[in-house]
Design a protein around this ligand. Structure first.
Ligand code: F6P
Length: 545
């Protein structure tokens, strides 16, 4: 019973008898459990932790060789062993002038070469030097991709909308539901539109279907020759053969490599739509922000290390407190897609139940991530956070400065963020609720019925991360913090955070089911529920055969 896991279990049991409010009788607590790194202030004091908790969690990190594992990732070891790949999205933002090796190859020269081609292309499109059919200027860019080839770029382009200094309008299409593509095509002129087909594999059915339809739309609606596709379609991929098959010439193909995971790929050429929206300098600032966090993550002691602290806290809650959800609330309208981006980053990475040795694990791993921009989220699911039966730790994210002015809107926004974190923790006692009812003139008997509804148990943990302002660089930092947090969790849980076999089965079945819906004979039999559903669709669909 003396191992670190048992001691954490014991510690949790003892801790569960105490409240956050009790911990805050220490007036220094706010300062004690916060970290200032450059323009980021991370307050993790409103959590179920003491110095003893942290020591236990650091011991757990040592036991799981976290320090060594971090180095292995940066050094290009094949830590994604189920796919036999290194994990080197960090090399894409490496400004150290030091080499990074995959096997015997220093990959920095090819990263810099591709980045320089990307920069050249971006500048040519922005300046108007890149011409579309009949010498038309490109005014609109459509990124067609899904998952990691969509969520990161879309989130960043929205987040940096105040930095959209170029004249280009950037659109995103991801869903195979035609409404998504159609909605964009309806407002576009083919001769002014550049399509970016973003797909690591260039085989993803949603992306390829949308890409083919976009190509047809272009050819049908533009008085162009087929050759003009080269002026309007580029590919971002690791798969040269498939991009050529699609009809994209070699010089329009911007590559990246298999050691960049899809959900970690916005730093690569997958970030093309970002660079086109905000210009090259801003894109490079984003990368530099990521690089700052890489240095922080690699070199800061664990008690000053934001991603390490965040990752350990997640493990503490998911595994030892059985809190299986985590809500992330950016108090910034332009960051409204950040929770969606984090859903893929965290749930695709750590939604695993088999360890490195290939055995099923017996503890809780990845949490359900959800969120929405503040203050909208307060008027939707915060009720459950405050008075529901489960405890859902929250990450609050805010900025000390608005893009425009720190006016009434902005001060209200910030007040709400700070107030929610405080309210979740302090709650409202029965006495207080009774006092309020008395003031309202409610009779004793009625009061007994109402008072419980008006109480708040409080004791809900949260982190608050404040950044000076939302810039390309600070956004790069924020993203990299979460990337490394996810890595820390994976190391402690002893899982491979970099594969995603769990998404494959559905893709395979969908191919079979497609055949049925398309009137071809299905190769496999289905369960009776699936059969019935298919039957309904076939009988009611006007396209049924
Ligand atoms: O959802 C599964 C997945 O493989 C993601 O990991 C990836 O980001 C996405 O599909 C898109 O893949 P691709 O970039 O190869 O089209």
């Amino acid at each position: 019973m003396n191992d670190i896991y048992s001691r954490l279990i014991e510690h949790q049991k003892r801790f569960a008898k105490h409240t956050l409010n009790e911990l805050f009788t220490d007036k220094n607590r706010g300062k004690k459990y916060s970290v200032l790194f450059q323009d980021i202030y991370f307050d993790y004091s409103k959590n179920f932790l003491t110095a003893e908790t942290l020591n236990l969690l650091f011991e757990l990190a040592e036991k799981r060789n976290l320090r060594q594992k971090i180095e292995e990732m940066f050094a290009g070891k094949e830590i994604n062993f189920t796919e036999k790949r290194s994990v080197l999205h960090t090399a894409l933002r490496n400004f150290s002038n030091k080499p990074v090796f995959v096997g015997d190859e220093d990959i920095m020269p090819k990263i810099l070469h591709v980045r320089s081609n990307m920069k050249d292309f971006v500048n040519r499109v922005i300046s108007g030097e890149w011409k579309g059919v009949d010498n038309n200027r490109i005014t609109d860019v459509v990124n067609i991709g899904i998952g990691g080839s969509h969520l990161g770029p879309e989130m960043v382009v929205k987040a940096l909308s105040h930095y959209n200094t170029t004249d280009l309008k950037v659109h995103f299409v991801s869903n195979v539901d035609k409404d998504d593509l159609q909605e964009k095509l309806a407002i576009l002129a083919p001769e002014n539109t550049l399509f970016i087909i973003s797909s690591k594999t260039f085989t993803t059915s949603e992306t390829m279907t949308n890409a083919e339809t976009a190509k047809k739309w272009f050819v049908d609606n533009c008085s162009s020759k087929f050759d003009d596709i080269a002026k309007h379609f580029i590919a971002i991929s690791t798969n040269r053969e498939k991009t050529a098959e699609f009809g994209i010439p070699e010089e329009n193909m911007f590559e990246f490599w298999d050691w960049v995971g899809g959900r970690y790929s916005l730093w690569s050429t997958i970030g093309m739509s970002i660079a086109l929206a905000v210009g090259w300098e801003n894109f490079e600032e984003l990368l530099r922000g990521g690089f700052e966090i890489d240095r922080h993550f690699r070199s800061s002691p664990f008690d000053m290390n934001i991603p390490v602290l965040m990752g350990l806290l997640t493990v503490w809650y998911a595994t030892y407190w059985k809190f299986n959800s985590n809500s992330v609330i950016p108090y910034s309208h332009v960051l409204s897609r950040f929770p969606a981006f984090l859903q893929q980053l965290q749930m695709e990475s750590n939604g695993k139940s088999v360890n490195f040795a290939g055995n099923e694990i017996e503890y809780e791993t990845g949490q359900v991530i959800f969120g929405e921009a503040g203050t909208n989220s307060q008027h939707s699911f915060f009720q459950l956070l405050h008075q529901g039966t489960q405890t859902i730790p929250v990450d609050f994210i805010g900025f000390a400065n608005a893009h425009f002015e720190n006016d009434v809107h902005f001060k209200l926004l910030l007040s709400n963020m700070i107030a929610q974190a405080e309210a979740l923790m302090i709650g409202k006692s029965r006495e207080k609720a009774e006092e309020e009812l008395v003031k309202l003139g409610i009779e004793q008997e009625e009061m007994m019925k109402l008072v419980n509804h008006r109480m708040f148990a409080g004791n809900k943990p949260s982190n608050t991360m404040l950044l000076e302002r939302l810039t390309p660089k600070s956004l790069g930092k924020l993203i990299a913090i979460y990337e490394h947090k996810v890595f820390v969790e994976g190391v402690i849980w002893n899982i491979n955070s970099f594969d995603q076999w769990g998404v494959e089965l559905g893709k395979v079945l969908a191919k079979e089911i497609y055949k049925t819906l398309d009137g071809q004979k299905s190769a496999i039999e289905h369960d009776s529920s699936t059969e019935n559903l298919l039957e309904f669709l076939k009988s009611r669909s006007k396209n049924s055969v």
